[in-house]
Structures are given as C-alpha cells and as structure tokens.
Design a protein. Structure first.
Ligand code: ADP
Length: 619
C-alpha cells in the first residue's frame, strides 16, 4: 500500500539493484545454508523426510537397472549356450525385475517432483510469512531506510524461489553424488581409467553452463537499468495514474519510441547471447561425445577380445553415458548454488536486523495531568543534511489548543511523528504526563492520541474499512463507524456511495469507486476519530484538499464533541488557527515565535507577515 501525498503521483522507477546486496563471506554462506535447511525442516518435517527418502531411491535405482540389463544380456548368452529351460526362466525373472526397477524409478521421479513442489509452496509461504512478520516488527525509521527497503524488495521478489532453489540443489547434489558413486563402483570393475573418463566427459557442458548462466542471469532477472527503464516506460503507457498527463501533453508517441528503441537493444543482446550459448553448447557437447565414443570403442574392443562379457559391455557403455550426464548435472547444480546463496544471504540479513526498541510497559505517567512536554528535542533524518527539528522545547497543557504554522519543510510533520512516538529524538526527550514516551506501553500511548498523519494512506478497501483502520481494522459496529464518519465530515460522501460503507474504493475492482483527493481526506479524517477515548487530537493539515469552510466546520465540531481534548492543528489557513490558545511558528526546525493570534499579530513577526498576506485579497 503506497502512501499518497496529495497532489503527487510517484511514478519513479521501482526495482532492485544488485549493488545493494553485500557479497557474503564463506562463513556466512555456510551459516545461511544451514539455516535454510533448518527452515525447510521446520516448515514440514514429514515432507522434507519424504523428499530425502525418495531422492535416495531416484539416486540408486538407475545403477540397479543398468546392472540388471547386464544380467539379462549375459543370461541370454548363457541360455543360448546351455539350452536349459531353467536358464531361460532365470532371464525372464531378470527382465521382470528390471521392469519393476524401471517402473519404480519412473514412479519415484514423479512423486519426487510432486513432493518437491509441495515443499516449494510451503517453504515459499513460510519465508514470506517471516519477511512480513519482520517487516511488521520494524520501526518507521528502519522502514524508511533505503538499504532496508532494498533488502525487503529483493527478499520478497525471491521469497519462494531462492531458499527452495538452494535446498533443491542440495537434494539434487545428494542424488547425483549417490548415482555417481554407484555407477563408479560398477565401472571400477572395468577400469579406474574409465571412471576418470566419465568425469572428464561430463566437464565441458558444465563449463559452458557456468560461463553462460551468469550472463543469462544478469540479462533475465531484469536488474539491468535498461530492463527497469523498459518496465517503467510500459507502466507510463498503461497505468491510469499516468494517463491524465500523458494524454494532455501528448507524450505517448515519444514514450513508445523510447520503448521500441530499448526493446531493440535488449533483443539484440538477447539474440547474440542465445546464439553464442547455442554455439558453445554444440561445440562442448561434441567434445563430450568424442570422449564418450572413445570410451565406448575401448569397451567394445575389450568385449571383442573376450576380456569382458557382452552383458558387461552393455552395462559399462550405459554407465559411461549416464555417468557423464550425472557429472554435468552435479557440477551445474553446485555452480548455481552461489547465486541462490546471495539471495538467501540477503534474506537472512534482513530477518536478522535488530528490532532496536524495547517497548516500554507503563500505562500511565508519573505526573498525570502534566500533558505533553518536549525538552530540547532534535531530530535529523538519516539522509538529512540539517536537523528537521532543532532543539525544540515546549509544553502543551491538557485541554489546550495549539496551532502550528510554518513553510513546507519547516518540520511540522516531523514534530507530529515524534510526538506520536514513531521516531525517537536524536537528543532531548518527549514526555507525556511526566514520563518519557519511550517508557510508555505502545498500546497505552496509542490509545491516548488520535492522529491524522500527512501523507495519509488511501486504502484500496471498502469505505468502512478505510474508517475502521483507525481502530486497527478490528471489528467495529456500524454506529461507531458512522459516528467517526460524521465527525470526520465523511458521512455524506459515504451515504452517496452505491454500497455505503461496503463500497470498495478502487477502480481496480469492477464494482469499485474512485474518490477525489478531498473525499479521501475526509475518510482519513473519519479514521482519526475512531479513537474515541483519546485525550489528545493531532491533525496535520486535515483539510488541505477540502473547501475552506471545511476546516472551520471541523474545528467547531471537535470543540463541541470533546471540549477537554488537547488539540494540535497544523494548517496553512491562518484564519482557522485564530481560536487556538497558542500558535507556534516553525522555521527550519525551530520554534521562532509563539503566542496567541493577537499577540503574534502585535509582535509584527513572521506570523503577522503571513497573516497579512493571506488577508490581503479580502481587504
Ligand atoms: P513540513 O511538515 O513542515 O512540511 P517535514 O517535517 O515533512 O516538514 O520535513 C522537515 C524536513 O525534513 C524537510 O527538510 C524534509 O525534506 C525532511 N524530511 C521529511 N521527511 C523525510 C524523510 N522521510 N527522510 C528524509 N528527510 C525527510
């Protein structure tokens, strides 16, 4: 869900960048690999054990089948030579045994595929859940950290594929290694040199795979800037959000021209890569074939010299052929592990980010009735060059009404977030009823404050859910939703929706509705009033997208509904702040003036100049 700043659509390119991922050390690689195995085991033990056992069967049955084919050929020769019915029966028994083994092998491969895909799905869900749980446990400043966002993005994109890919490769390597050991043991009886030739014959295709897999990976995972640019251009041409300006400015043809140019460039690279890959594969597989046929000629030669039986010849040739394939598969699987480990490392780095704050436990302050105090509070955003708030000290008594004014970027929104406990001051402290808000239980602190934030979020849910979000989306009865809607000036608009509170608010849904900026703001306001028991109300530009009368109406209704509530109102419409007990003027993160409207006008400072400017057109 993207927060929406009124008046601005974020059409920036979203994507991942490999540069944001640190290369793990060998120790980390081993640790993360072990953790992934634990994760799989923890996800579904029975299924993991089943995959393991079936892998054993799939690994060992081919060698058994090859050995049986030797027994059959040799048995046929013996039966022909002896002419005994008993020998013929024995051969038929071997054929039956081979049939059982091969059928079991086919069946096992199918069941293995099934169990693996089930494990894949379960593991993917488990990993996604871990990512989401971690995300929910992080604080705002952590979630706003671009490096952490990068990790989340990568982890989410590869949640299902990479951890499973890693585990799957481990199972594959177990399978191919066992197959090779069994093949090797049988082939050793012919010659150790033949075993070596199998390994040498399997190498070329692996080398080709590894050389190209890196490039193919870079090309297809869409992390090159061109791929990101291409999907961004696509979204500009198809998204509804970008359509208004695109149509008006007539930018469509130029965007499409750029898209086509990019496509051509990417396709050219793709074609060259694929052609080179196919060429290399052809050359390398020829090399493998040469090794195979040389070994085969040797085996056949030995059979002609009667050094081995015809059955042995059949078996050894089969072993060399399948063995080469197993060597290639084993090495390719090992080669791909590194890439998986990179992603899995990113996942664990994200999951291991410390949750920095231990929440407090107090549910009331040491000085009830003291209100809110800021003592020398300073705060700089991680990427900020200057403090967003600079040594702010103030006291807000319970029941008082405070207005805050200041130019864009003067720190108003930051102040609200600090008071709500979403950021921690770099220095100084914020007290509620005499107790540092760090020591307050999060739930108790939340219950005291009703805050309308800037920017607020437009939830693509029903109108009712947009309001109920103010109480954490818990089941709330309709009368409560309507009360909040009335107070938030949203009742009329909800009544006019086709399904009232149940109307889905998004054009993405067929029966959904879209709202105007001001209407969305009314819903956000209604959401704020869901927190009925709170004694502090903070409104950050609550009616900036509404008509001028709305704010006055809102403030009058608020005063009437809860006269004892502390209210903090941030507004650019100074006329609406006139009634406030005290007005703070912020400039570059500092409180530069404060007092009642009349006092500030008399003192002829920044406030007075601003007020005169706003009053001018009406004089
Ligand atoms: P206001 O609400 O008065 O317009 P803000 O409190 O939003 O001002 O911003 C104060 C300063 O902090 C501005 O210079 C702004 O650029 C910066 N700022 C605001 N939000 C962030 C953020 N999430 N990360 C970095 N800097 C920020």
């Amino acid at each position: 869900m993207a927060p929406c700043r009124p008046g601005g659509l974020d059409m920036s390119t979203a994507g991942t960048d490999r540069r944001g991922v640190d290369t793990p050390t060998l120790r980390q690689v081993l640790r993360f690999g072990a953790k992934t195995l634990q994760l799989v085991w923890g996800t579904n033990r029975r299924l993991t054990a089943a995959v393991g056992i079936i892998t054993l069967a799939v690994a060992l049955l081919p060698a058994l089948a090859t050995y049986l084919s030797k027994l059959i050929v040799d048995g046929v020769l013996d039966a022909v030579a002896s002419g005994l019915p008993a020998d013929r029966t024995a051969v038929i028994m071997w054929v039956a045994a081979e049939a059982v083994v091969l059928t079991s092998l086919l069946g096992s491969r199918r069941v293995l595929r099934l169990t693996k895909s089930l494990l894949h799905a379960e593991l993917g869900y488990g990993v996604s859940r871990a990512i989401l749980d971690k995300s929910l446990a992080l604080e705002l400043h952590q979630l706003e950290d671009p490096a952490i966002q990068q990790k989340i993005l990568l982890a989410r994109q590869h949640a299902t594929s990479r951890p499973f890919g890693l585990v799957n490769r481990l199972f594959e390597q177990l399978q191919y290694s066992l197959t090779l050991v069994a093949f090797g043991a049988l082939l050793w009886t012919f010659s150790p040199l033949a075993v070596l030739l199998v390994i040498v014959g399997g190498l070329p295709l692996f080398v080709g795979e590894v050389r190209f897999s890196g490039r193919v990976f870079r090309f297809y995972t869409g992390r090159t800037p061109e791929m990101r640019e291409r999907s961004y251009l696509e979204s500009l041409m198809t998204s509804d959000a970008a359509a208004v300006e695109r149509l008006h400015y007539g930018a469509g043809p130029e965007i499409r021209r750029r898209y086509t140019a990019l496509f051509g460039k990417l396709y050219d690279e793709d074609r060259r890569l694929q052609t080179r890959r196919a060429g290399a594969a052809l050359g390398l597989s020829t090399l493998s074939s040469v090794v195979f046929f040389a070994t085969k000629a040797w085996i056949v030669w030995e059979a002609m010299l009667a050094a081995i039986t015809l059955g042995q010849m059949t078996m050894f040739v089969g072993l060399v052929k399948q063995g080469q394939g197993a060597v290639t598969s084993l090495l390719t699987s090992a080669g791909g592990m590194y890439e998986d480990l990179l992603y899995v490392s990113n996942l664990y780095e994200f999951l291991e980010i410390p949750e920095s704050r231990r929440p407090g436990t107090s549910t009331q302050g040491t000085g009830p009735g003291d209100g809110i105090r800021l003592e020398g509070v300073s705060f700089t955003y991680p990427a900020g060059s200057r403090p967003a708030l600079d040594d702010v000290t103030l006291h807000i008594a319970p029941g008082s009404s405070i207005g805050i004014v200041g130019a864009n970027g003067s720190g108003k929104t930051t102040l609200v977030r600090l008071v709500a406990g979403l950021y921690r001051p770099d220095s100084g402290r914020i007290l509620l009823d005499g107790l540092d808000i760090e020591q307050w239980d999060r739930g108790a602190l939340r219950a005291r404050m009703a805050v309308m934030f800037q920017p607020f979020t437009r939830y693509k849910m029903t109108a009712g859910e947009n309001v109920a979000m103010g109480d954490g989306l818990r089941d709330s009865d309709e009368s409560r939703l309507w009360r909040a809607a009335e107070h938030g000036l949203a009742a009329d608009l909800i009544r006019e929706l086709p399904a009232g509170l149940g109307t889905r608010l998004s054009r993405r849904f067929l029966d959904g509705r879209e709202l105007s900026g001001g209407q969305w703001q009314r819903l956000a306001l209604a959401r704020t009033f869901m927190r009925e028991g709170s004694d502090i109300l903070i409104l950050d530009e609550p009616t900036s997208a509404m008509d001028a009368a709305a704010e006055a109406e809102l403030m009058a209704a608020t005063r009437k509904a809860s006269p004892a509530q502390t209210t903090i109102l941030i507004s650019h419409r100074l006329a609406n702040l006139r009634q406030a007990d005290r007005i703070l003027v912020l400039e570059q993160g500092r409180v530069v003036e404060q007092g009642s409207h009349d006092e500030l006008v008399d003192s002829r400072g920044a406030y007075q100049r601003l007020f005169a400017l706003q009053a001018e057109p009406y004089q």
